[in-house]
Design a protein around this ligand. Structure first.
Ligand code: IFM
Length: 439
């Protein structure tokens, strides 16, 4: 692991790789969801990173980063999720990892960025306890295969999104919608995380393992007691439900009681010993931060539908409709340190969507992205100066990519991608980031 601060960029497999069925890859829930027409685009080609690997690795060198966060597509290495390996899939990630190491860039893989094998979904997916074991088995195989080459790992990316957008709102794969299913999916992901941590340590004692949790800072919309209570409830739904058990505090009692009284949790979901397994000590926390929300009584749970779809974007918001609030970034970093106390925090995602493309002279002038990133890095530096142990920062994203159900219309990259041809054009923010991290 680097002793120096990690400056990097992040991507995920389904959003950039393409080659959805190449060289023995199995079908994932996102392949199925997109092919069923649930979203307007597909990741079949995406940024064609699978075939443009060398070009993209060279771009990372040009950017000057010392770390690169990517995800492994489970179905590329184990097409059915359990059982036989696919050697060609391992070969792709070997080339990626070795290509990074040869260029002096640390590989930081995420094991699960929402692309569950469809074969596991057919057996119940994350609503089934068996998926936690399948995940732990897959994690162990990866840790064993990459031992000596990969040190820092992330188990899950943003389990809240998979649980609630995938299983309650239904706008992400697998497109389900029930409270008890969503809470089962959240619990089994966390159980899979805890089991994976233990098995990965057995496979590679040198592995340094974390999880990437996303958050929404919840700010009461007014001074009223009702809005304060709504913000607290929202914080439990969105943040504490994941942070508390990972850091050994169990599920927040207020949320357990609320969910039980509303009949939202399946009886028997949480087994004796599960919370101890989920709290398997981690070496570092990955934090994904984008925005905050003003919460009132009417919006105490439906944040994604109500908050994220603001359209058209207003000043002070990105093109996702997300409020720009670097101050809340600093608040949340300090809170993590005070409330959960991880040894290290790495900001595994931070960034913004703006559609700026090449001007007549071919240059992409994305000044709004530069302003967003600059303000957030300043907030991070200030938290560090106050003693918050932040050891890395990754921009989301390296390339303009498939923004899930928003398709290719939302662009988060430091590199503009022409999705018709695959042509890459580094944006002004690329040049700016290179110079900011070399200061
Ligand atoms: O694109 C996503 C990413 O996959 C997970 N975190 C948030 C990003 C922007 O929505």
């Amino acid at each position: 692991m680097n002793d120096e601060f990690s400056w990097g960029v992040a991507t995920s497999a389904y959003q950039v790789e393409g080659a959805w069925d190449a060289d023995g890859k199995g079908e994932s829930i996102w392949d199925r969801f997109a092919h069923d027409g649930a979203i307007s685009d597909t990741g079949d080609v995406a940024c064609d990173h699978y075939h443009r690997l060398e070009e993209d690795l060279d771009l990372l060198v040009e950017l000057g980063v010392n770390a690169y966060r990517f995800s492994i597509a489970w179905t590329r290495v184990i097409p059915d999720g359990t059982g036989a390996d696919n050697p060609a899939g391992y070969d792709f990630y070997d080339r990626l990892v070795d290509g990074l190491l040869a260029r002096g860039i640390e590989p930081v893989p995420t094991l699960y960025h929402w692309d569950l094998p469809q074969a596991l979904e057919d057996r119940g997916g994350w609503e089934s306890r068996e998926t936690a074991d399948a995940f732990a088995e897959y994690a162990e195989r990866m840790a064993s295969h990459f031992a000596g080459r990969v040190t820092r790992w992330l188990t899950l990316n943003e389990p809240w999104v998979m649980a609630f957008i995938g299983h309650l709102y239904g706008t992400f794969a697998p497109g389900k919608s029930s409270w008890d299913g969503a809470l089962a999916a959240s619990h089994h992901q966390l159980l899979g995380h805890g089991r994976a941590v233990r098995r990965m340590r057995g496979a590679d004692p040198a592995a340094r393992i974390g999880i990437a949790l996303d958050c929404r800072q919840a700010v009461p919309a007014s001074d009223s007691a009702v809005d304060a209570a709504a913000a607290r409830h929202f914080d439990g739904f969105r943040n504490r439900w994941f942070f508390d058990p990972v850091f050994g505090k169990g599920y927040p009692m207020d949320m357990l009681e609320a969910y039980r009284s509303e009949g939202r949790i399946r009886p028997g979901l949480i087994h004796d010993g599960d919370l101890e397994e989920i709290a398997a000590p981690i070496d570092w926390l990955g934090l994904n931060f984008y925005t905050s929300l003003r919460i009132d009584e009417a919006h105490r749970e439906l944040e994604y539908l109500e908050g994220d779809q603001a359209s058209p974007p207003t000043p002070g918001h990105t093109e996702m409709g997300w409020l720009i609030d670097p101050q809340s970034f600093g608040v949340f970093l300090r809170r993590i340190n005070d409330e959960w106390g991880p040894a290290e925090i790495v900001v595994t995602e931070n960034g913004c969507s703006y559609g700026d493309g090449p001007d007549e002279d071919g240059r992409v002038r994305d000044d709004r992205r530069i302003a967003y990133l600059d303000a957030h890095i300043d907030a991070l530096e200030s938290a560090r100066a106050d003693g918050v142990p932040v050891t890395g920062y990754f921009v989301w994203s390296f390339l303009d990519n498939l923004e899930w159900s928003n398709g290719y219309g939302q662009r988060f990259g430091l590199v503009w991608v022409d999705h018709a041809t695959g042509r890459r054009v580094p944006k002004d923010s690329f040049t700016w980031f290179r110079s900011r991290i070399s200061e």
